[in-house]
Design a protein around this ligand. Structure first.
Ligand code: M6R
Length: 591
């Protein structure tokens, strides 16, 4: 949860560092800082937004040969200037930026203090520069010092280190937190995520766990920190364009990414061979688990209904953070389908590692090609949605649904039909997103609902997943309390919360759940609830109608669109930070 970025090369250092940091701001945005070497090692850091801190220290004016930088999402230690990264060694000649958590930092700190080290911050990270300093003092060799320091660390970490004594090298280390190197000509980049340098290069190396890279402007060498041997790394070409990572005239990435669904959904097509390989894994398995977090979990939950109804397969959707509690069910006859936009979510990766240990096969479904999940999976599918920058997952959700739908249908020999249905769903999504009347209606409804304390959403069957996803979107961006419910569950308790005027969104596609959901909406209305229907037709129970197409088989894709828009407009009405909601980060790379 934090973004780290380093650069060495011929460009002016300040602007490139600032640009890299800004592109990683979605990963954390409570403090930021830079360390660079220019007549000695210098550090500039503070709490606050990158723009404020950059103005304060004039980041653009930074000059020198190389720099490392950080944008923070606090875990250990309050949001203060002292706790902001980079952190430095006692002598101030080694600087480190870190993403992840050092779990044994209390023991290490105690040990280092007993050796005379003086700590400045409350962070777990600060043990790293002190440890490196300790071993560097003993060996005089920066790489050996890093190997030795890494062998002492427990937890998850991606960190960059620079030494005043070695002003031409950035040392980059990865264990369980993402780190990618961008290869340029006479320059090299290293970052938590590709968009940080996509404008300059698409040639990348993904570091694997326990690897250390030594990066200078003309070379990159990678070593295994356990064997200390050099490793040959595969170079990937990132299939994204620079424009993909720009706002492209939209006021927010969220709106841009919602709008992109007019053409991103069908980008899942064109991987028939991989889909067949994936289907075979399902057919060979006795148990199938769908494992993911947040929005990706909602895609799993929705698809579990398709698995049951279309293919007769019992695929159990499990929250990645809860997976350890049921992991005993997993064995060598199991298949775990792990779904993650980033492919870096710690809970998902941990579940996969656990499942692998128990002999299970892994099918990864990712957006980020080359991500950790993709690389540790036995087989993988990509959603090809392009970079998703907004903290809220929107386009990745509809694409995850689309690929899962293809997969389920391939199991019963309906892949070609399913492809046509996906194309049709995308057309319907495009019609909705291009309908000015619909956008205007939703904006008006958002204005009406913007002062609400609670919003409830109900749906039955597969629309239950839509209700959960819609509620998540509303909560995380507008900070209104929203809850999704299976329509039939309300009478078992939640109905008690309905008062005069309580807004409730009823998700009513033209499927077998329609009449019962309408019945549940009636129950709410009878207790004073204000009903907003998502439906293709008026109904007496609706106080408001958001008209949706009468699509049935792919209703989760179609029905989520107005809810994404509603969440967006609610955030605007309430003056919330749309792309960077408080307390959140795009990739949750800590457990
Ligand atoms: O990268 P992943 O798909 O693994 O991320 C999972 C969740 O962290 C993510 O969906 C999160 O819930 C989003 N903020 C939802 O909008």
């Amino acid at each position: 949860m934090c973004g780290i970025f380093g650069y060495t090369g011929f460009r002016r250092l300040g602007p490139i560092i600032l640009e890299g940091l800004k592109r990683l701001e979605y990963r954390g945005y409570d403090s930021a800082g830079v360390a660079f070497i220019s007549s000695g090692l210098q550090v500039m850091k503070d709490a606050g937004k990158i723009d404020e801190i950059s103005r304060k220290f004039n980041f653009s004016g930074i000059d020198g040969k190389l720099a490392i930088s950080h944008t923070r999402w606090a875990t250990h230690g309050a949001v203060t200037q002292t706790n902001a990264h980079p952190h430095i060694s006692c002598n101030g000649r080694i600087a480190v930026v870190h993403n992840g958590i050092i779990e044994n930092y209390i023991d290490l700190k105690r040990e280092l203090i007993s050796l005379g080290h003086k700590f400045r911050s409350e962070t777990d990270t600060e043990v790293i520069p002190h440890l490196i300093e300790e071993f560097y003092r003993k060996t005089g060799d920066p790489l050996k010092a890093i190997f030795m320091a890494v062998s002492k660390l427990d937890g998850s970490f991606a960190f960059l280190a620079i030494f005043e004594d070695h002003p031409d090298r950035i040392f980059a280390v990865r264990y369980k937190s993402p780190l990618v190197i961008g290869l340029g000509d006479g320059e090299n980049f290293v970052a938590s995520d590709v968009p940080a340098f996509l404008k300059y290069t698409k040639k990348v190396i993904f570091l694997d766990d326990m690897e250390v890279a030594v990066i200078s402007r003309d070379s990159v060498e990678v070593f295994n920190s356990l064997t200390r041997e050099k490793v040959d790394k595969e170079i990937y070409i990132v299939p994204w364009s620079v424009e993909d990572a720009e706002r492209g005239g939209y006021p927010h990435f969220m709106m841009k990414e919602i709008m992109e669904q007019r053409f991103t959904i069908t980008r899942v097509l064109g991987q028939d061979d991989r889909i067949r390989e994936a289907s075979q894994l399902i057919k060979d398995a006795q148990k199938v688990f769908l494992v993911a977090a947040g929005t990706s979990y909602h895609a799993c939950l929705a698809s579990s209904y398709w698995f049951a109804e279309i293919a007769g397969v019992n695929a159990r959707a499990v929250l990645a953070s809860e997976f350890p509690s049921i992991s005993k069910l997993v064995d060598d006859k199991s298949l775990v389908i792990a779904v993650s936009q980033s492919g870096e979510t710690a809970d998902v990766l941990e579940s996969v590692r656990m499942a692998k240990k128990r002999g299970s096969k892994i099918l990864g479904i990712v957006n980020v090609v080359g991500s950790s999940l993709m690389r540790i999976s036995d087989a993988f599918l990509t959603i090809n949605a392009g970079p998703e920058i907004c903290v809220l997952a929107t386009k990745s959700y509809t694409s995850q649904l689309a690929i899962l739908y293809l997969l389920v249908n391939d199991l019963v020999g309906r892949l070609e039909n399913a492809k046509e249905e996906i194309k049709r769903a995308e057309t319907l999504v495009a019609h909705m997103l291009e309908s000015e009347a619909l956008l205007k209606d939703i904006r008006r409804i958002a204005k009406d609902l913007s002062a609400s304390e609670h919003i409830f959403l109900i749906g039955r069957g597969i629309s239950y997943a839509t209700s959960l996803e819609g509620a998540l979107k509303i909560k995380e961006v507008s900070y209104i309390h929203a809850e999704g419910f299976a329509g039939g569950e309300l009478k078992h308790g939640t109905l008690a919360l309905i008062e005069e005027g309580t807004p409730c969104i009823a998700i009513v596609p033209e499927d077998e759940t329609k009449d019962q959901t309408l019945g549940n909406a009636m129950e709410i209305k009878a207790r004073g609830g204000y009903i907003i229907g998502l439906s293709n037709e008026e109904h007496v129970v609706f106080d408001e109608l958001i008209r949706t197409p009468s699509e049935t088989s792919l209703s989760p894709i179609v029905m989520i669109i107005p809810l994404q828009l509603l969440a967006y407009y609610l955030a605007l009405e309430r003056g919330c930070n749309v792309d960077q909601p408080r307390n959140l980060a795009k990739s949750v790379t800590v457990l």
